[in-house]
Design a protein. Structure first.
Length: 368
């Protein structure tokens, strides 16, 4: 009998953690009632241990892919997430993400283009707004994100000092041919990525532009407008360089380090490497192979070379309608905006023309 009592006692003791006093039971019921009420108000969260990585995948599958977004748009989401969001917070539990985490991600892109920074904020806001609406998180950490200082994307021509330095560095840098092609043809970076040797006609002395790398997707497609399809005469300084580098007809003219066609990412990396060498050439302070004081302009981009090509056409007296065709502009107003944007060099040339003495004071009596 005593054995039975001891066995029953042991069983009761083992169940003790699961048994509640009337007071404990009332407290548990009240807690459950509070949770139900919070759920009705939309305040209860159910995210649990879901990570940001897991949520991004689920969010994309449930709320983005079914909308029929283009491959380019979906690639944009993946590019922003994989390169900027995932490395910073992908491993965190969704419910543990705070606004400071997301603001740090954005602040790290200070100085980049307005388009890039705004798209990155958009992805963050869409992701976490939906997570809040789905009651996976108690509040939306992306709701009040502030944009850091970004580059407005105003294009400019390179200065004469920059031109001399670019030409010097291009002589020995692996990006030299690509950089000079941008400068002497005015092609868009995406157009150079799609260029094959069959597009370079040495007999007719011209480059046939008819395809471009799709931004964000890295696939090759026709230009956005018919104006993008054009033939550009090969500059005399560029001709022998292209001829010396010539390969099989349908192989890309510009290859990345792996020997493949350039992607947006590898081309950006190539430019940054070239710009670093340019910085050093122009006098940047270097310590232990690290630039500690830069002198190259932060707004110097590959598009500055394209802009410069158009400015050079203007300086050479090329009619604006011809420049429009060479630039691949669909609207002549775009060309006009560059032609009417006078730089210092052009202004000094204008004054010299007014001054019959070639720049000496006193003016030109013929204009009187």
């Amino acid at each position: 009998m005593s054995n039975k009592k001891s066995i029953v006692g042991a069983q009761v003791s083992s169940l003790r953690p699961y048994l509640q006093t009337p007071q404990e039971l009332r407290a548990s019921l009240q807690k459950l009632a509070d949770k139900l009420a919070a759920a009705k108000r939309g305040e209860e969260t159910i995210g649990g241990s879901m990570t940001v990585n897991a949520w991004y995948k689920q969010w994309l599958e449930l709320y983005k892919e079914p909308k029929g977004l283009t491959a380019k748009s979906l690639k944009m989401y993946d590019e922003k997430y994989d390169n900027y969001i995932k490395p910073a917070i992908g491993h965190l539990k969704l419910k543990d993400v705070k606004d400071v985490h997301l603001q740090r991600i954005l602040n790290g892109q200070a100085g980049r283009s307005a388009s890039h920074v705004k798209k990155l904020r958009m992805v963050l806001q869409e992701m976490f707004r939906r997570a809040r609406q789905s009651r996976l998180i108690p509040y939306d950490p992306a709701e009040l994100l502030e944009l850091p200082t970004y580059h407005e994307g105003k294009r400019r021509s390179i200065t004469e000092e920059e031109r001399k330095a670019i030409l010097a560095v291009a002589e020995h840098h692996r990006a030299g041919l690509w950089v000079l092609t941008l400068l002497y043809t005015g092609m868009r970076p995406g157009e150079t990525a799609a260029l094959t040797w069959s597009d370079v006609d040495f007999e007719r002395n011209e480059i046939h532009v008819h395809t471009a790398r799709e931004s964000g997707a890295n696939s090759i497609k026709a230009p956005k407008t018919e104006a993008g399809i054009r033939d550009i005469p090969i500059h005399a300084a560029l001709f022998p360089l292209l001829q010396a580098a010539q390969q099989k007809p349908f192989s890309p003219v510009f290859l990345n380090e792996a020997g493949n066609r350039h992607t947006e990412k590898t081309m950006r990396r190539l430019w940054l490497n070239f710009k670093r060498e340019l910085d050093i050439y122009m006098g940047a302070k270097v310590k232990r192979n690290q630039i500690i004081e830069s002198v190259v302009a932060t707004d110097l981009t590959p598009y500055c070379l394209r802009h410069t090509f158009c400015t050079d056409l203007q300086r050479a007296g090329v009619p604006i309608n011809v420049a429009k065709e060479l630039m691949g502009h669909s609207d002549i107003q775009t060309t006009a905006n560059i032609y009417t944007h006078k730089d210092g060099y052009t202004m000094h040339q204008g004054i010299a023309l007014l001054d019959g003495s070639g720049g000496k004071s006193g003016g030109n009596s013929k204009l009187a």
